[in-house]
Design a binder for this molecule. Structure first.
Ligand code: ZN
Length: 240
């Protein structure tokens, strides 16, 4: 039974961070503030050891939370932490996959199924098909090639593909997104449940020439997974 959510009964949220090729101390705090400003969420941080450190003590208590927000792209978790996370998601846990979190763990199958699409870190046709939007539905393309790229950062239009979905309900069907990366050529198991927003990746800005699924939900166990590729945070344009 879903309990009523209010400031006295907030959504217990854990932001997982601590390693990223992005400026995670900025992005994780921005995420925390965004969640908490709504008064609907109570947010804790699980900050990993620094890259290259012993990860065996990094064992977040996922099961104590309603929502896990992934702002992590770094060293592999311990087998215990991996198993705990998969169990949490399969049992119906909430997950937000945020931007470069989908770069993580190219060889961890369950993680890639939880993200549905990922990029970089050696991903290629072995990772799964490309996925793009055409003709009013998601298309898949098994051709060989890299997984994950983006053109130059720019403002772009996001287009709602499921305006009646509870997540998109009340949002505009189109909006101009601020200066950001537009991830393209992502690939993976592509077990996308509902494509919520797409954007056109224009070849004139170094893009794929395809309408890319940028915000979607994922089909995985009983998990409630929301994946957004938006939200680049960093000082270097070389950041992903
Ligand atoms: Zn980025």
């Amino acid at each position: 039974m879903v309990s009523f959510i209010n400031a006295k009964n907030p959504i217990r949220t854990l932001i997982v961070t601590g390693q990223n090729n992005h400026n995670w101390p900025v992005s994780s705090v921005a995420l925390q503030q965004t969640f908490e400003n709504s008064t609907l969420f109570k947010v804790d941080m699980a900050i990993s050891p620094e890259k290259g450190s012993d990860m065996s003590g990094f064992v977040p208590d996922f099961a104590s939370y309603d929502l896990v927000v992934l702002d992590y792209n770094g060293d592999m978790w311990s087998e215990e932490t991996k198993a705990n996370f998969v169990k949490y998601v399969k049992n119906g846990g909430g997950v937000v996959v945020y931007h470069a979190a989908n770069n993580s763990f190219p060889d961890w199958q369950e993680y890639n199924e939880i993200c549905a699409l990922g990029g970089w870190e050696g991903r290629n046709e072995k990772s799964g098909p490309y996925a793009y939007w055409m003709g009013g539905k998601l298309q898949k393309d098994n051709s060989a090639g890299i997984g994950g790229s983006h053109g130059e950062q720019h403002v772009y239009v996001l287009c709602s593909r499921k305006p009646d979905h509870p997540i998109t309900h009340g949002l505009p069907n189109y909006w101009m997104h601020i200066h950001d990366e537009l991830y393209d050529r992502m690939r993976g198991p592509a077990n996308i449940k509902d494509v919520l927003f797409t954007a056109f990746s224009d070849e004139s800005t170094g893009g794929s020439g395809r309408e890319e699924p940028l915000i979607f939900t994922v089909e995985y166990g009983k998990g409630r997974i929301f994946h957004t590729m938006l939200g680049h945070a960093g000082e270097s344009l070389k950041d992903r």
